[in-house]
Each structure stands twice: as C-alpha cells, then as structure tokens.
Design a protein around this ligand. Structure first.
Ligand code: 5GP
Length: 119
C-alpha cells in the first residue's frame, strides 16, 4: 500500500488540522485520540510517510525507529502510565482494523483494561 499524503494524521503533522498535543520532538508527535477508548488514550505517530508498523520496520532509517520508540516510552512515562500499567497497540491493515493509514501506536491507560482482545 502506498502512502496517502492526504490521510488525517498527515494533515495533523502538517498543521492543517489541529490536535490536542501531548508531546513532540524531531521524530514524533503524540496527541489525544479524538474518540478515547480509555481514560487515557494517546496516539504517537512518527514524522515520516509510513503507512503502518510493517512499512516502518522494513523501510524507516534506524535513527527514526529509535527516536520514535524512545518517544513512545517517554510519553508513557510523562503520562504516569508506567507504575499503574498500560497497554500499547498498533493496528495493521484490514484484519487489524487499521482506519488511518499513517503508523500510530495507541497508548491506553487510567484504568484496568480488561482482556486484550474483543471477540
Ligand atoms: P486505528 O483504527 O487506525 O488504529 O485508529 C485510528 C484512531 O484515530 C482512532 O482511535 C480514532 O479515534 C483516531 N482518530 C481519527 N481521526 C482523528 C482525528 O482527526 N484526530 C484525532 N486526535 N484522532 C483521530
């Protein structure tokens, strides 16, 4: 799947539509999900044209992969998710239920999250 530069997260990265920003650095942007599924639901996206974790892990430069994953950990710590615990999730493709074709890691927390998968 080729990258669609008009996807909603690309527009957020370009500042064309707003987001409720949590964190930003040279590699990443984190913001609150518009339709939260937990008391804390934040999305962390890389600054680069990557459709999914599959695309990212096969094509992104090592510095971006490292910087992005560091940012995910940083955001979780900043939101004080680590001690109570949290969940991170990346949906990939149709069976994964991915809706937005720009890689994003979901961070969920703020309560006990229950079973990992809905049926
Ligand atoms: P996916 O199903 O692709 O893993 O998750 C996409 C997520 O993006 C959903 O949780 C959805 O609520 C969120 N989302 C979709 N559009 C927007 C938007 O314009 N702003 C924000 N902050 N989140 C969005």
């Amino acid at each position: 799947m080729s990258y669609d530069p008009n996807n909603i997260f690309a527009k957020i990265l370009r500042g064309e539509i707003p987001c409720d920003k949590v964190y930003e650095d040279e590699f990443s942007l984190a913001f609150h999900d518009i339709n939260p599924q937990a008391p804390v639901h934040v999305l962390v996206i890389p600054k680069g044209d990557y459709v999914s974790m599959d695309d990212f892990t096969s094509s992104a430069p090592a510095a971006l992969i490292a910087g992005y994953m560091r940012a995910v950990g940083h955001v979780a710590r900043e939101l004080e998710l680590v001690t109570p615990g949290y969940r991170m999730l990346a949906n990939i493709g149709a069976n994964g239920g991915q809706e937005v074709p720009h890689l994003h890691i979901h961070l969920f927390g703020g309560k006990k999250l229950g079973p990992m998968l809905s049926r």
